[in-house]
Design a protein around this ligand. Structure first.
Ligand SMILES: Cc1ncc(COP(=O)(O)O)c(C=O)c1O
Length: 448
C-alpha cells in the first residue's frame, strides 16, 4: 500500500480495484487527479506498464478520464455503487430544489385505480413462461406510436426497464468498447455516464431549439461514429424538440450512413406538448424508445422500444440472458394507464401546467435581459458566463439549480432550472435572482 496515495496492489486488476474502493469510500472525489503513472509505479514497486494498464481499465469502465496535460482524473459521477448520490450536493432546508430534473410528483397520475384493475384482472401468478413483451401491450403501443409518425408498420416492438436500459442493450449489441457515439451537447448527463461506463466515446453534436445541428451530425458521421442518440422532444437540458424541417435534413444526412445505429428517445412522450417528428427507419439499424417515466412516473421503470426486426431481436436476446423480461405486472399497469381516459386527461393537464411554468419563467428571464432555452419539457436552460459562480450565488439566494458542467462536453456554460417544484408565484423572485447571479458583477439587471 502506498500510504501517500491510499492505493494498493501489485497487478493492474488489484490497483484498479483499490482505486475504485477509494472512490466508493470517498477518498477519491470527482475531479481528483491520480498520480502520474511512473510516480505510482515507484510507490507500489511495480512496472509503469502495470499502472498504465490499471488506468486504462478504469478509463474503459468510465471511472477516470485522461485529458492530455491535465493527466488522469476521477470522472464526475463514476459508475460505482454509492458514488452517484454522494456527488449531489445536499439541498439545505429553505432552499428551493430546482436542480434534479424530476417530474412534478403532484402531477403524476395516481396508480391506485390502475393497480386495483391489474390485480382484479391478471389471473393466476405468472411463471418463467411469461418471459415476453405482452402481445396486448405491443398491440396497444403500435397505434399510439403510429399516430405520432413512428414507422411501426414493419417494426418489431418490445418493452425494457426504461430508456437507459434500452439504450444500454442497443449499444452493447451493436458497438464495441472504444467505439464512438454521437450525442447532443449539451445533453443528457445519464447518457454520458452510461457511455463512459461502457467504454464508448461520446462525440459531441451541437443542438439548438430545433434539435441536433445537421452540419454537426454530418461531421460526427464523417468522423466514424457507430451510433447516434437523439432526444426527440423535451431534450435534457435545453428543452429542444426536433422540428419537421430539421427531421427532414437529418433523415437525408443519416440516410447516407445505413450502417450507423440510430436511437431516438422520447421520454416526455404524452407530456411533450409538441408534435413528434420521428426520423425512423433511415438507417438499417434503428430504434425508437418511448419511456413511461415522465408522464406516468419514473418508478414504473418501463419503456417501449420499436425498431427494425434485428435490432429489437438483439435487445430481447440480451435481456433474456440477463434480467429476462419486464414484469408483466408492470406491462399490465402501463396498458391500464394508457387505456384510462381520466389518466389521459391528467397527463394532458400536466403537459399544460409544465408548459405554462416553463414559458412564464422564460418570459420573466427575457424581461430581465436573459435569453433562456426550453421549448418543451420540464427544464429551462440559461447560458451564463460562469456556471459555478452562478449556481453558488443562486444557492445563497435560496435556489438550487444544476450546473451545466453535468451535461456539457464542448458546449458553452449554462445552468439548468427544473420547473417541477416551481410555483407560479415563485417566478418573479427566481428570475430576479438568476439575473443577479448570472451578471458578471453579481448586480441585478433592472426588470423591463
Ligand atoms: C433525456 C432523458 N431521456 C430519458 C429519461 C428517462 O429515462 P428512463 O426511461 O430510464 O426513466 C430522462 C429522465 O430524466 C431524460 O432526461
Amino acid at each position: 500500500m502506498s500510504a501517500q496515495y491510499q492505493v494498493s496492489g501489485d497487478s493492474a486488476a488489484s490497483i484498479s480495484a483499490s482505486i475504485e474502493s477509494g472512490v466508493l469510500r470517498g477518498d477519491w472525489v470527482s475531479g481528483a487527479a491520480l498520480p502520474p503513472v511512473r510516480v505510482l509505479a515507484g510507490a507500489l514497486h511495480v512496472s509503469p506498464a502495470t499502472v498504465a494498464r490499471a488506468y486504462q481499465e478504469l478509463r474503459q469502465r468510465g471511472v477516470v478520464e485522461t485529458e492530455g496535460r491535465r493527466g488522469t482524473r476521477i470522472r464526475s459521477r463514476p459508475p460505482i455503487a454509492g458514488s452517484r448520490s454522494a456527488l449531489r450536493l445536499p439541498v439545505p432546508d429553505g432552499v428551493l430544489d430546482l436542480s434534479d430534473g424530476e417530474p412534478d410528483v403532484r402531477l403524476l397520475p395516481p396508480l391506485g385505480p390502475a393497480l386495483r384493475a391489474v390485480a382484479a384482472t391478471s389471473g393466476p401468478p405468472q411463471g418463467y413462461a411469461s418471459a415476453v413483451a405482452m402481445p396486448e401491450l405491443i398491440e396497444a403501443a403500435r397505434p399510439r406510436l403510429a399516430a405520432d409518425g413512428v414507422p411501426v408498420a414493419d417494426a418489431a416492438i418490445t418493452a425494457t426497464s426504461g430508456t437507459l436500459d434500452a439504450i444500454e442493450r442497443l449499444l452493447t449489441a451493436h458497438l464495441r468498447p472504444g467505439d464512438a457515439v454521437a450525442v447532443e451537447d449539451p445533453g443528457w448527463a445519464n447518457l454520458l455516464d452510461l457511455l463512459a461506463a461502457l467504454g464508448l466515446r461520446p462525440v459531441p453534436v451541437t443542438v439548438d431549439d430545433e434539435g441536433p445541428d445537421p452540419a454537426s451530425v454530418a461531421a460526427a458521421l464523417r468522423s466514424g461514429v457507430r451510433a447516434v442518440v437523439i432526444t426527440v422532444r423535451a431534450q435534457n437540458p435545453i428543452g429542444a424538440a426536433v422540428t419537421a424541417e430539421r427531421a427532414a435534413r437529418l433523415r437525408e444526412i443519416l440516410g447516407r450512413h445505413p450502417d450507423v445505429l440510430l436511437v431516438e428517445e422520447d421520454h416526455a412522450a404524452e407530456l411533450a406538448g409538441v408534435p413528434l417528428h420521428c426520423l425512423g427507419a433511415v438507417t438499417d439499424a434503428w430504434a425508437f424508445v418511448r419511456s413511461a417515466s415522465k408522464p406516468f412516473g419514473p418508478d414504473l421503470r418501463i419503456a417501449v422500444v420499436a425498431g427494425d426486426e434485428t435490432t429489437v431481436a438483439r435487445v430481447v436476446g440480451r435481456m433474456r440472458c440477463g434480467a429476462g423480461w419486464v414484469s408483466t405486472v408492470l406491462q399490465r399497469l402501463l396498458l391500464r394507464l394508457w387505456q384510462d381516459a381520466e389518466v389521459t386527461a391528467l397527463v394532458a393537464a400536466a403537459a399544460g401546467d409544465y408548459a405554462r411554468r416553463r414559458l412564464d419563467l422564460r418570459d420573466a428571464l427575457a424581461a430581465r435581459g436573459l435569453a433562456a432555452a426550453g421549448t418543451t419539457g420540464i427544464n429551462v436552460w440559461v447560458g451564463v458566463p460562469d456556471e459555478t459562480r452562478t449556481t453558488g450565488l443562486l444557492r445563497d439566494a435560496g435556489y438550487a439549480v444544476a450546473p451545466g458542467s453535468l451535461f456539457r462536453i464542448a458546449a458553452p456554460p449554462g445552468i439548468r432550472i427544473t420547473v417541477s417544484r416551481l410555483g407560479h408565484g415563485d417566478i418573479p423572485a427566481l428570475a430576479d435572482a438568476v439575473a443577479t447571479a448570472a451578471s458578471p458583477a453579481g448586480v441585478a439587471t433592472p426588470s423591463r
